[in-house]
Design a binder for this molecule. Sequence first.
Ligand SMILES: [Zn+2]
Ligand SMILES: [Zn+2]
Length: 192
Amino acid sequence: MSDFDILLEKGRNFHGEVCPGIVLGTRVAMAGMRELGMDPFVRNRDLMVYVEIDRCMADAVQAVTGITMGHRTLKYKDYGKFAATFLDLSNGKAVRVSVLLGPPTSSDSSNEGNTKPDMKEMVEKLSKTPEEELLVIEEVKVDIKENDIPGFPKFKAFCEECGDRVLDRREVIIDGRILCKACAEGPYYQKI
Ligand SMILES: [Zn+2]
Ligand SMILES: [Zn+2]
């Protein structure tokens, strides 16, 4: 079994299946780690990844790299893009890997008249596409804030409206009052 096949299996176990997004995420993660000189088969405590989409691809990136939200090494950017940035916290080196050729969407014109894209075919195709035709790899710089790095929380505040405790400087100050984001912006939930 090749490294790619072994890592694809990790994605399958985590995600539940191998779909086009899992293939893409595996290739993105392998490329990102390779550029940072990191081995996906050992634990990389200094790796942080910014994932730019909350779709299948993100699960493969997580499964291959070992980053997790709980360790604060997985950052989610809600851009809706098939891309991720890999940052080595030990030296600040970072690369952004984006996908040129994504999995098909229902609005793809090439898919008109077709009921459903053939997943197996896509998986096969994306697995074999040469990297230079599939991925764009750019060296980038990431300014990471003190409140976003792994480790014990350094700051806490209490919302003056609801009293909730807010860690890591996620509070906002409006008209001189310290508020949590839910009270400041309106929550995503309604109490019933
Ligand atoms: Zn999937
Ligand atoms: Zn509040």
